[in-house]
Ligand binder design. Structure first.
Ligand code: FE
Length: 255
């Protein structure tokens, strides 16, 4: 039986079959990597119902993602973007063309087109599992992070990277806002909660909230908001190579 829905303020805005009350297996995870944009895509699913979601799919990896979905016998219901990316084009538009019933999801705050818009406090249900939606703006105005139902995993997009964070100089970014997002929405999660970012440039695959709080050189280890703003103002980063192509495309599911 399959079931999926997004619950907003107690209202189910999309649902198929009702979730069962039977105890279910832990949320399943596969972490996938796109070497061109250094992007991690996450496939999450319920082992009992086979309902699945993709977080941050990449357009050039859609065939890989669909082959894995088929191999695992999954029913792909949502493609969720943590934000409108500047460094690659999302795969959600291509997936919509290829998977019946598949819906794209992004934050209302992103102002991007999608089938479902989520806001802080919403829950994205698939099978017997769900992701809760947290607003973590600062890298972009519309950045969201997604926490697994048992708080064992958080998908942080570019808000919190392993020993780093996304830049804050484009797309309505703000260092002060990002500092507050990380400290109030992410560093308040359990220390053991595994951090799965949207990118890593050093082949690291995961971190934990405890480790980032203690050691993140920009945001952790007692760094103040003023110190963080100063660090971010002095990064001297190049203009993002794909931003002029990727952002307009990602405002409409990449197609
Ligand atoms: Fe980004």
């Amino acid at each position: 039986m399959s079931s999926s829905s997004v619950i907003k303020g107690g209202f189910i805005i999309r649902a198929s079959d009702a979730p069962s009350d039977a105890p279910s297996a832990k949320m399943q995870l596969k972490q996938l990597f796109d070497p061109e944009s250094w992007t991690y895509t996450y496939l999450l699913w319920d082992e009992d119902t086979k309902d699945a979601v993709l977080i941050d799919p990449v357009d050039i990896q859609v065939d890989r993602d669909l082959a894995l979905v088929k191999e695992l016998g999954l029913n792909l219901v949502y493609g969720i973007n943590t934000h409108a990316h500047a460094d690659h084009i999302t795969g959600t538009g291509l997936l919509k063309r290829q998977v019946a019933g598949f819906q794209s999801v992004i934050s209302t705050a992103s102002k991007a087109i999608a089938d479902v818009h989520v806001d802080p406090g919403d829950e994205i249900h698939f099978g017997n599992h769900f992701l809760s939606v947290k607003a973590t703006p600062g890298h972009t105005e519309g950045c969201m992070s997604f926490v697994s139902d048992d708080e064992s995993m958080v998908f942080t997009g570019d808000a919190l990277l392993i020993m780093g964070c996304g830049r804050t100089d484009f797309q309505g970014g703000s260092a002060g806002t990002l500092y507050d997002s990380v400290h109030t929405q992410l560093f308040t999660l359990p220390e053991s909660c595994i951090v799965y970012p949207a990118h890593d440039y050093k082949e690291r695959t995961e971190s934990t909230i405890g480790k980032e709080k203690a050691e993140n050189p920009r945001l952790g280890n007692g760094k103040t908001k003023e110190e963080f703003i100063e660090i971010m103002a002095n990064l001297k980063l190049d203009y993002p190579k794909k931003i002029d192509v990727a952002v307009p495309a990602n405002m409409k599911c990449g197609v």
